[in-house]
Design a protein around this ligand. Structure first.
Ligand code: ADP
Length: 317
């Protein structure tokens, strides 16, 4: 029996599966699990599970026309029955579609069938900085410099397209086989429509929420710089700067700007994190200037990282 993405409806015979693929391990893909995009006449084979989110399950998808492997976010329509849920997905797709940068997960296509909606994205199969930190507990300063440089470049680009991400966190920093960081998940992102526009609310709860977002004072691009400071702190220290046992207490610390560093964190790291975590958004660094900060301009900067860093601390010369 051939399982298609439209159960009970025979769309077409799958293309002959070529077993001699150069770059693809065909045994990772189920020849009986076919997903068909009728809008572009593209057939995909579903492969291994990459991860699960609130709504989506993400699988490797092999495009049988081109032999390229993508990450396919598959969302059951039964789970997005309410109009606002569908709207949110469409907005995420609309925003991500226009972004093209080496540190932003690239959008490939969007389609649906009776059962599911599919968002086909660039494959980042080395998981995320969450997984890396789980193994490693903390990262070395050169690694943090490496990832933060890529994060800054990605966010700077996103902001230049007038988009605020609003949910930068370790789980949204995906890694590919070259250990390149890719910013993912535009589910809480928004477009700034005119210069100086302040957004009053977010539909959802950002992980590293900035005080002005929490207090509904009006927020903009600076909320991403705050989250960037939280990401860097978490990479160096192993937990976020305002973490407590309860969300309520965490929010008290965020609004009170109450955080501290363990002794081993270097002065240049502390100084940079403190600037990003300035309570007043206008006092946070501008992304066009941050790479000149002492944290980035002094100290070892690896030109690449090995995938072994996902589990073992590297030793730098
Ligand atoms: P949701 O919107 O339902 O929360 P996510 O966007 O968080 O779904 O995706 C769920 C999981 O799928 C992620 O945690 C991640 O592990 C994996 N994932 C998402 N996008 C990609 C991608 N482009 N490449 C590889 N894995 C991905």
């Amino acid at each position: 029996e051939t399982r298609t993405s439209r159960p009970g409806i025979i769309t077409r015979r799958p293309r002959e599966i070529n077993k001699d693929r150069e770059n693809v391990n065909i045994s990772n893909f189920d020849p009986n699990y076919i997903i068909y995009d009728s809008s572009t006449d593209t057939t995909y084979l579903r492969g291994r599970l990459l991860g699960k989110g609130g709504f989506a399950r993400c699988y490797e998808l092999l495009d049988l026309n081109t032999d390229k492997v993508y990450a396919g976010k598959i969302i059951a329509k039964s789970r997005i029955a309410k109009p606002h849920q569908k709207q949110k997905i469409l907005r995420e797709v609309e925003l991500q579609k226009e972004l093209k940068h080496k540190h932003v997960v690239e959008f490939h296509s969007y389609f649906e069938d009776e059962e599911n909606v599919y968002i086909v994205l660039e494959n980042c199969n080395r998981k995320s900085l969450v997984h890396m930190l789980k193994h490693r507990k903390t990262l070395t300063e050169p690694e943090v410099r490496y990832f933060m440089t890529q994060l800054v470049e990605g966010i700077r680009y996103i902001h230049s397209c007038n988009i605020i991400h609003r949910d930068l966190k370790l789980g949204n920093m995906l890694l590919n086989d070259d250990m390149q960081l890719k910013i993912a998940d535009f589910g809480l992102a928004t477009r700034v429509e005119y210069e100086g526009e302040k957004k009053m609310t977010v539909c959802g709860t950002p992980n590293y929420i900035a005080p002005e977002v929490l207090q509904k004072r009006g927020h903009s691009f600076e909320a991403d710089v705050w989250a960037m400071g939280c990401v860097m702190y978490a990479l160096l220290v192993g937990h976020p700067p305002f973490e407590t046992a309860t969300l309520k207490e965490t929010y008290v610390r965020i609004t009170g700007n109450s955080f501290s560093f363990p002794d081993y964190v270097s002065l240049s790291s502390r100084n940079f994190i403190k600037k990003c975590l300035a309570h007043e958004p206008e006092l946070r660094p501008k992304l066009d200037e941050v790479l000149q900060d002492e944290f980035f301009s002094s100290g070892h900067m690896p030109s690449f990282l090995s995938v072994s860093c996902c589990t073992n601390a590297p030793r730098f010369p």
